[in-house]
Design a protein around this ligand. Structure first.
Ligand SMILES: Nc1ncnc2c1ncn2[C@@H]1O[C@H](COP(=O)(O)OP(=O)(O)OP(=O)(O)O)[C@@H](O)[C@H]1O
Ligand SMILES: [Mg+2]
Length: 442
């Protein structure tokens, strides 16, 4: 699962963001409700305080000997006042104030009921037939502070909620997707030649159709490849037989006739039939190579196969091939039949197009690198790049149809192998070299 489109990542971030937003909504809503309720409680406390102080203040004022004059209520002990109050008459003359009261906070004339200034919440009440007024002021920032603290207390769980939610979602998604990841790995790890059905029984229900579709596709592919293989094999057989018969008949005819001119003509027909036979073989090889099937279901040791093919050629040109094989096995997923066709074409080229007096070096190393090297003229770079195309040939006197390298390239491409052609050959002034690594076949 790449991070770019990871379901796990998306769900983790999405769900955590969702939970956080919902929580913030909840915090905002409950904050508003709490603030409203706190205001009611604070107002009621303010009102209660005013009602409690008023009778005491009235008694105090009426009992004064001179009856007038400002008087600050004495504080029993030094302390900060949270609620401050004033007692005034109807004209706003101050009769009594709490010791910390700031007169500028209150209006010029006393007012009954609740009122707000920019800094305070004030409650006013009257007594003695509206001749005496008490006003109690409470600083608003105290209420703000209380609301803020309540809000912060509600927000604090988010610090834990976000990582817990991320972890929780990650864990749950990881657990739920475990079978899907295993399914993905089982597809990834199988070689290109393995077309057996994939195991999808353990997948979550939502993913089961994918496994079914993949298996259906694999089955169709398997059937198509099988059909293709059998068609190629049958066609090869069907073509080979009549061509071989025609060739045999022409050869017999050649021996039966005595006229030299006629013999010459029949010999030409024989050559034409031979090249037709070779061409049909090559075309069928190309069809097979391009039809896939270059990958085997399991790895094979290719070293003995190479040795066998070289022995075949040795009979034709004794002493010209120099073969070097590694001591151990060279296992590869490259299909043995495909490998044989590829190697035959490359060796055949080296023998046919290389300088006849120089050896053909074939080297298979333990890491799977196969080198087929011959002497001869250098093939110009511009022609070298064209040689893998069908029917492409550089200047040569040797006969051929120009399909050998196209076949080799098709097989290599089918097995994800890179076929390198060099001219001059590595470490030489001339010649031609084909290099590929069979171990990388997948
Ligand atoms: N080992 C080599 N040394 C020199 N030239 C080569 C070698 N292999 C290929 N070539 C050149 O590349 C051309 C294409 O090779 P390719 O195998 O495709 O065709 P071909 O050998 O001419 O014909 P075919 O393989 O169909 O019988 C050859 O004609 C030859 O000019
Ligand atoms: Mg060839």
């Amino acid at each position: 699962m790449t991070n770019k489109n990871s379901l796990q990542r998306r769900l983790g971030i999405g769900l955590t963001l969702g939970v956080t937003l919902l929580w913030l909504f909840g915090v905002a809503a409950s904050g508003l409700v709490a603030q409203h309720e706190m205001n009611e409680v604070f107002d009621s406390a303010l009102e209660e305080t005013a009602q409690r102080i008023l009778p005491l203040a009235v008694t105090d004022i009426l009992n004064r000997e001179n009856g007038t004059g400002n008087l600050t209520a004495p504080a029993l002990k030094e302390h900060d006042e949270y609620l401050t109050y004033l007692v005034r008459d109807g004209q706003g003359n101050l009769l009594l104030q709490s010791h910390d009261a700031d007169i500028s906070v209150f209006g010029a004339l006393p007012q009954e009921g609740f009122s707000n200034t920019s800094t305070h919440r004030i409650y006013g009440a009257s007594a003695v037939s509206d001749t005496l007024y008490i006003e109690v002021a409470e600083p608003l920032n105290h209420r703000h502070e209380a609301a803020l603290e309540a809000g912060l207390a509600l927000l604090t769980p988010l610090i834990f909620l976000i990582p817990i939610s991320l972890l929780g979602v990650w864990w749950i998604v990881r657990r739920s997707l475990r079978q899907v990841v295993e399914f993905q790995r089982s597809i990834e790890s199988r070689g290109a030649g393995d077309l057996s059905p994939v195991e999808g029984n353990q997948l979550p229900t939502e993913f089961e159709p994918i496994a079914v579709a993949v298996n259906r596709l694999l089955e169709r592919l398997h059937r198509a490849l099988e059909t293709e293989r059998s068609f190629t094999a049958n066609s090869a057989h069907e073509l080979r037989t009549p061509l071989a018969t025609a060739l045999a008949k022409v050869q017999r005819l050649k021996h039966q006739i005595h006229s030299d001119a006629l013999k010459c003509n029949v010999a030409e027909v024989e050559v034409a039939l031979r090249s037709l036979s070779t061409l049909s073989e090559k075309l069928l090889e190309l069809a097979k190579a391009e039809g896939g099937g270059a990958i085997a279901q399991r790895p094979h040791n290719l070293a003995p196969i190479l040795a066998m093919i070289v022995t075949d050629f040795e009979h034709r040109i004794p002493g010209r091939i120099v073969l070097t094989l590694p001591e151990g096995e060279v296992n590869s997923f490259l299909d043995p039949d495909a490998f044989a066709i590829l190697v035959r074409n490359l060796i055949e080229n080296a023998i046919k197009h290389g300088a006849s007096q120089e050896p053909v070096e074939i080297n298979l190393s333990a890491d799977g690198t196969l080198r087929i090297c011959n002497g001869g003229k250098v093939v110009p770079a511009d022609q070298l790049v064209q040689l893998r195309n069908r029917f492409a040939r550089s200047k040569t006197n040797a006969d051929g149809s120009g399909l050998g390298l196209a076949i080799a390239e098709a097989i290599a491409a089918g097995a994800n192998i890179c076929l390198h052609l060099h001219s001059p050959a590595t470490g030489r002034q001339n010649g031609f070299e084909a290099v590929l690594n069979v171990a990388v076949a997948r």
